[in-house]
Design a protein around this ligand. Sequence first.
Ligand SMILES: C[S@@+](CC[C@H](N)C(=O)[O-])C[C@H]1O[C@@H](n2cnc3c(N)ncnc32)[C@H](O)[C@@H]1O
Length: 181
Amino acid sequence: MIGMELRDKVTEYVKERILALRVSNPGQYQNVSVVRTNSMKYIPNYFEKAQLSKMFFLFPDPHFKEKNHRRRVISPFLLDEYAYVIKPGGIIYTITDVEELGEWMKSCLENHPMFESLTEEELEADPVVKLLSCATEEGQKVSRNGGQTFKAVFRRICRTVGTVCNLNGKRAKQNNSFLIH
Ligand SMILES: C[S@@+](CC[C@H](N)C(=O)[O-])C[C@H]1O[C@@H](n2cnc3c(N)ncnc32)[C@H](O)[C@@H]1O
């Protein structure tokens, strides 16, 4: 698992947290790391096609003003990039305490041809979903203050020539006659 963070100090803090976890849990947390980078610019430089099985966008900056919506970490353009690096069947998890941003992320994902929403049963069965609201410092702060959270969890669908397949074999979103992925 790799964390991507823009700010130096935050990146250093996360590095120290990882090192401390390794010391107190010998042999564990060896596959966890963090890199200081602008994830909105450089995701394609870090990952190859279909490399990732999960992507997490936990309490991202809301960028309230309309002129700054293009700075949001979930956008139609960036979802094209995420659809490229995440493998078919892979999952994008998002959570925020800002209702309007939650609606925005959900709507971007709903309108993107390469993602479909998990069903209520799938959300219930995925142990990761329960951790989204409490796994990060921002999430814990929101929880302490009794804040509401808004999740959007979507699967990268798998398209083959002539059809769109769901890896769980449960449902096909629509028919299509071109090949992506
Ligand atoms: C509101 S904080 C949430 C941090 C963490 N996910 C949590 O839930 O505690 C948003 C973080 O995203 C970082 N960030 C904003 N834009 C970024 C970008 N383009 N690339 C990498 N990190 C970014 C900010 O520096 C900040 O640390």
